[in-house]
Ligand binder design. Structure first.
Ligand code: URP
Ligand code: ZN
Ligand code: ZN
Length: 464
């Protein structure tokens, strides 16, 4: 059965025009000023998109769904995370595979993929985290790239003793990544400095969530970016800085770019719309807003929006990492270092960025599409299958109602988490219908699709 979307305004990263779209066999097959339904099969599903804006399906390049972390596990599975993603208009997720230092990469890949395959209602792929690098890891990483189309690695310079990678291993991994044409995504904060700062603050009796940010100030993040960029310069590897939270870190990335380092920068929803006063809320409420890098002074938000508008930041992800307030965040009531890190927004990202970016005049609609979809497709080897509206692309399509006004709440969130960091926030715009490879999976925030429809997107390395 084909799908005809009639009368909408199509907005991509580069174009803005009115046309009809016909999708068949999971792809966009025709885009024409007027397509006569009578020329199509009788079973064609027709959407009247008058007054609506048509975007390519959004891509979230940074989510955690199955995340064993800080003594607990993130609380979503692929069913709840997919439904949440779809409600917002996100049709492809890139999840971080995060094994422990003793795990083998291939068994970690299989574990993560086995969890995704039966439950995903969106398409998905993975960044393969590397927390130990030896001959076995080298061999298995090569196989993961070649056999499963995983064209990006992930490293942590933070989380000392848990996920951080030694410089020796980092150098070897970056060298391999360059050979394979695989981009290396990285959490950049100086793990040793954070460890020392955490110990000092706890010794001083500073145990509440409000001390999380002072334990890892902006200088620690900028130091991490500079360090990774130096290693990339030495090895020639292409790097992507995840969840960049502050002006000094953006400047460190820009400095590296000026030196010729192949570096891309990601911002995530929480840093763009929340500031550190949320983590300072009394009564342990601040724990809901503990993530790393932490929420910053509000002046950094202006720098991030400016860097997005100016093209220094390419993508907006979420770093969706859901931990319940009751039973998980409260593991850290006696020490902020035990609060599981994460502020989820896989559902809320498009509406928050549309409201606080587009409607607030900080970015235009093209930047909205490019940062929430097209750039992720380009950087991570999925373009033009994903991230665009053109004949031949997957029919991943968001029919967006720009006139909608509503309120965010845990009540309307599909994520399994027990709170919403944006509770009661007014928002504009919503995904009236969301198609994944031509099938309607969500309408007006409600899931109407098929669990398990999501497919692993196999990607080819492009970063040679
Ligand atoms: O606070 C965060 N960011 N939690 C998820 C793990 C990570 O560092 O991405
Ligand atoms: Zn991180
Ligand atoms: Zn993350």
């Amino acid at each position: 059965m084909g799908v005809l979307i009639k009368g909408g305004r199509i907005v991509t990263a580069t174009d803005d025009y009115c046309a009809d779209i016909y999708c068949e066999n999971e792809s966009i097959s025709r885009i024409e000023p007027e397509i006569d339904p009578a020329s199509l099969g009788a079973d064609t599903e027709i959407f009247d998109a008058t007054g609506k804006v048509i975007f390519p399906g959004f891509i979230d390049p940074h989510v955690h769904i199955h995340l064993p972390f800080m003594g607990t596990n993130a609380c979503d599975d692929y069913e709840s995370a997919s439904k949440a993603a779809l409600a917002g208009g996100t049709t492809t997720l890139i999840e971080m595979i995060c094994p422990g230092p003793d795990d083998e990469p291939m068994s970690a890949f299989n574990e993560w993929n086995d969890k995704a395959a039966p439950l995903a209602a969106v398409d998905y792929t993975f960044h393969m985290s590397v927390v130990r690098f030896d001959a076995l890891a080298r061999e298995q990483l090569q196989a993961i790239v070649a056999e499963h189309g995983i064209a990006s690695f992930k490293v942590f310079l933070a989380y000392k003793g848990a996920l951080d990678l030694s410089d020796e291993d980092l150098f070897s991994l970056l060298t391999l990544a360059k050979q394979l044409g695989v981009i290396v995504t990285a959490h950049c904060e100086n793990a040793q400095a954070i460890d020392a700062m955490q110990k000092r603050l706890l010794d001083e009796g500073k145990t509440g969530p409000e001390w999380h940010e002072p334990s890892r100030p902006v200088s620690v993040e900028a130091d991490g970016v500079t360090h990774l960029a130096t290693m990339a310069e030495l090895t020639g590897a292409h790097i992507y800085i995840v969840h960049t939270s502050c002006e000094p870190a953006v400047r460190a990335a820009m400095d590296a770019k000026l030196r010729g380092v192949n570096i891309w920068v990601e911002a995530v929803t929480p840093h763009l719309v929340l500031d550190k006063t949320y983590a300072e809320l009394p009564g342990f409420e601040g724990a809901k807003f503990v993530m790393s890098p932490p929420l910053r002074d509000s002046q950094h938000q202006d720098a991030l929006w400016g860097a997005l508008a100016g093209g220094i930041i390419s993508t907006i992800g979420t770093d969706h990492a859901p931990f319940n307030f009751k039973g998980q965040k409260n593991m850290g009531t006696d020490a902020f270092t035990k609060i599981p890190n994460g502020i989820p927004s896989v559902q809320e990202r498009p509406q928050l960025i549309y409201t606080h970016g587009v409607c607030a005049g900080r970015i235009d609609l093209h930047k909205f599409v490019s940062s929430c979809s097209t750039q992720a497709a380009r950087i991570f080897g999925m373009y033009p299958k994903k991230g665009d509206i053109r004949p031949g692309s997957d029919a991943d399509i968001v029919i967006w109602d720009p006139a909608y006004e509503g309120t965010l709440s845990v009540e309307t969130s599909h994520s399994a988490i027990d709170y919403n960091g944006y509770e009661g926030w007014p928002i504009k715009g919503r995904a009236a219908a969301v198609l994944v490879r031509g099938q309607v999976q969500s309408r007006n925030g409600e899931f109407v699709g098929t669990i398990g429809r999501g497919k692993l997107v196999r990607r080819k390395p492009t970063h040679f």
